[in-house]
Design a protein around this ligand. Sequence first.
Ligand SMILES: *[C@@H]1O[C@H](CO)[C@@H](O)[C@H](O)[C@H]1NC(C)=O
Ligand SMILES: *[C@@H]1O[C@H](CO)[C@@H](O)[C@H](O)[C@H]1NC(C)=O
Ligand SMILES: *[C@@H]1O[C@H](CO)[C@@H](O)[C@H](O)[C@H]1NC(C)=O
Ligand SMILES: *[C@@H]1O[C@H](CO)[C@@H](O)[C@H](O)[C@H]1NC(C)=O
Length: 377
Amino acid sequence: MVLSLRILIVLLLLPLLSLATQQWTDGACGNCICSRKRGNYEMEYVVNCTGKDIKSLPDNLPRNIHRLDLSFNSLGSSSLKNLELYGNDLMSLSLASNNVTIINTDILSSLRHLEELDLTGNVLDYIDDRLFFALNLRKLSGISAKMFHRSAFWKLVSLEDLSVIFEQKMIDENIFKNLQVFHLDVTFRYAKEIPISLFHFGTNTLTRLTIDGPLLSSLPNGIFDGLTVLKTLTIRGGNIRWLSNSLFYRPSATSMPLHLNKISIIGVKSIPRDLFKGQLSLKFTTLKNIEDIPPLDLPVQLDNLDMSGSNVFRVSPDVFMKLTNLRELNLSNSSLTSLESESFIGLSSLSDLDLSRNKIVTLPEKIFEACRYTLDF
Ligand SMILES: *[C@@H]1O[C@H](CO)[C@@H](O)[C@H](O)[C@H]1NC(C)=O
Ligand SMILES: *[C@@H]1O[C@H](CO)[C@@H](O)[C@H](O)[C@H]1NC(C)=O
Ligand SMILES: *[C@@H]1O[C@H](CO)[C@@H](O)[C@H](O)[C@H]1NC(C)=O
Ligand SMILES: *[C@@H]1O[C@H](CO)[C@@H](O)[C@H](O)[C@H]1NC(C)=O
């Protein structure tokens, strides 16, 4: 009797228990996959609906989701209504590769704990400061719009990481005002020029900056002024004819980005010989697909140099002579036709060298003399 009473109590409690955990079961849930992972502070409840051909957001998922991945579906603007159902706990939401053009402000505002939002692969129509006013996002990825109002990001004061794609031609100089981000990746799909003060917001914060601008015709001299904590910089610009030699260094300017660790310049037509003058910590340099590359003045502490795809043509002995710390050198596809016996003199730490895709017929006899102990054959 006592036993069956106990069973009865347990049986009565079971539905209550499962209500309390909101029927979380690992494995298939609806069309999606539910799982739990130990997060930084607590157990994270993850629902993964990636690539399920979903056209509207289901209403039958568990309510206590922390991370919801809706990437690679066919969700349109009107199919996000049900997001409100999951607003209590949602910290991370991916809508990457869907067909969202408008996001309803009320729906987004109901996601009070949202920290990460991935919108890569959707092009919104218009964004201004109303869209994010109720959110404390830390990471906003792949946001793209036909038109960003200058206030679009002004409310995002907690943001640490932003990647943004501008479809508009004119970029307002104050669009990043107030941002405190550490990482900024920005694509200017149609802009031909950008304002000189665009990145000056990042004086004490910005450590990584990527500029991707297929139609940019130049970078204003002074655009990196003040970015003293910048560590990683990437510039991709197939239409930029040349970069100023005082982009990173000017004798008269006190706060310049002189502690860069990694610089990548891709597709720019030509760069000046002393672009890297004054760099105190530069270790990694990529200079890809540069049409006109002079014999460069490179900093001695350099560890890794990739000039693949650039027209190097010849390597005179003084180019690499100082680079006694260089470990990797990539000269693949760099229009080399011959090398001199002293081309690599000084490279006493070199362990990786790529000379593939060139038209070098013979190598001089003593060319690897300096690095004969370090080179991995
Ligand atoms: C969802 O699954 C895909 C692959 O199946 C994976 O790449 C993605 O990271 C997962 N999303 C989350 C939030 O774990
Ligand atoms: C995306 O949405 C627009 C209208 O919102 C619609 O015309 C178009 O067909 C949709 N594209 C896809 C691939 O679903
Ligand atoms: C070689 O470099 C050129 C640019 O100079 C690039 O267009 C081409 O794709 C590269 N070829 C290979 C095989 O990487
Ligand atoms: C050198 O660069 C080429 C083209 O970017 C790349 O395919 C190759 O893997 C690189 N070599 C090494 C050793 O990393």
